[in-house]
Design a protein around this ligand. Structure first.
Ligand code: GDP
Length: 307
């Protein structure tokens, strides 16, 4: 099976599991629950990139349950911690990005270097392996390299890329992409955009324009997907909030989860962004993407030997 999402999540979390989160399990092997234990837990969660605010929220919930349920043994408290973590992530559960029928349009945003182009290629391949007929649109016309890169990935995954010259109007490329989709009977258009934060006004205007064009051309379902780089830790959260202000986000992909020892950013995103996390990037090859599964994520993160 190409997309063994469970195996991918497990192996991509190896680094995270072997550092801060692995040490969390050790805390609960102590003989009793005391203040030192709470302090150590707090420290590890913060070091693991869960963030101060989300860590406090998690620990408040855990303390409340420990009191209410009169928990005095560390292993029982550990089980409750997992419970609370799952509950926190439940808010980020992804119920699918694509429409049940008709043309789906996914607009992908994200700053340079986060893994946007690679993620587009991975997703395009994932969706085409599920039977979708996918067209890629190179609407990041700001950088010539972005167009070239998407074409290279398009070749690798064997999917058509609709593009114009560098500097062309992104709206015009999107228009052509949608026309091509109709002409070729494709059911999914994935748009690469010039999602740049330093041109927030332009970004917003560009996204609005693209949305207008999509709405006019194919009044179907359009989702805006933000790609974040897990290795940037709390910066990923700040970036996500800025994007959320500029454009309405429908979902997030957390790329490079394999490259960080601090996978806790996923909890911070789930808690503070309130946008579904649909996929995680688990490596550099085309197969390295997995659908995000909150329960599985918690289990993988807190299992001590990765089994
Ligand atoms: P873009 O500028 O946002 O389009 O970023 P690219 O798609 O060009 O990716 C930037 C770098 O991140 C490349 O070296 C990719 O191979 C790498 N990359 C992308 N996704 C992942 C991932 O999930 N894991 C790892 N380890 N590297 C990734």
């Amino acid at each position: 099976m190409i997309f063994d999402r469970f195996r991918k999540i497990d192996s991509s979390l190896r680094r995270t599991r072997e550092s801060f989160f692995g040490r969390i399990a050790g805390i609960f092997q102590r003989s009793n629950i005391d203040e030192e234990m709470w302090d150590d837990l707090e420290e590890l969660l913060i070091q693991g990139d869960v963030g101060v605010e989300t860590t406090e929220k998690l620990l408040d919930a855990l303390r409340a349950r420990a009191r209410k349920e009169r928990i005095s043994e560390p292993p029982k408290l550990y089980a409750v911690l997992k419970d609370e973590m799952r509950a926190l992530l439940a808010g980020a559960q992804c119920d699918g990005l694509l429409p049940e029928k008709g043309l789906g349009v996914v607009m992908v945003v994200g700053v340079n270097g986060v893994g946007k182009t690679t993620t587009i290629a991975k997703l395009a391949r994932f969706w085409s392996s599920q039977g979708h007929s996918v067209i890629l649109v190179a609407a990041d016309t700001f950088r010539a390299a972005a167009i070239d890169q998407l074409k290279i990935w398009g070749d690798r995954v064997g999917l058509p890329v609709i593009s114009h010259q560098p500097g062309a109007d992104p709206g015009a490329v999107v228009f052509d992409g949608l026309t091509a989709a109709r002409a070729r009977g494709a059911d999914l258009v994935v748009i690469d955009t010039a999602g740049r934060l330093h041109t927030k006004f332009n970004l917003m205007e560009e996204m609005k324009k693209v949305k207008r064009i999509v709405a006019k051309q194919s009044p179907g379902h359009m989702a805006t997907l933000l790609v974040l780089d897990a290795t940037t830790g709390q910066n990923a959260l700040i970036q996500a909030k800025q994007f959320q202000e500029a454009v309405d986000l429908d979902a997030v992909v957390v790329a490079k989860l394999d490259g960080t020892a601090k996978g806790g950013i996923v909890f911070a995103l789930a808690d503070q962004l309130k946008v579904p996390i649909c996929f995680v990037g688990t490596g550099e090859t085309l197969d390295d993407i997995a659908e995000f599964d909150p329960d599985r994520f918690v289990d993988s993160l807190l299992s001590q030997n990765g089994e």
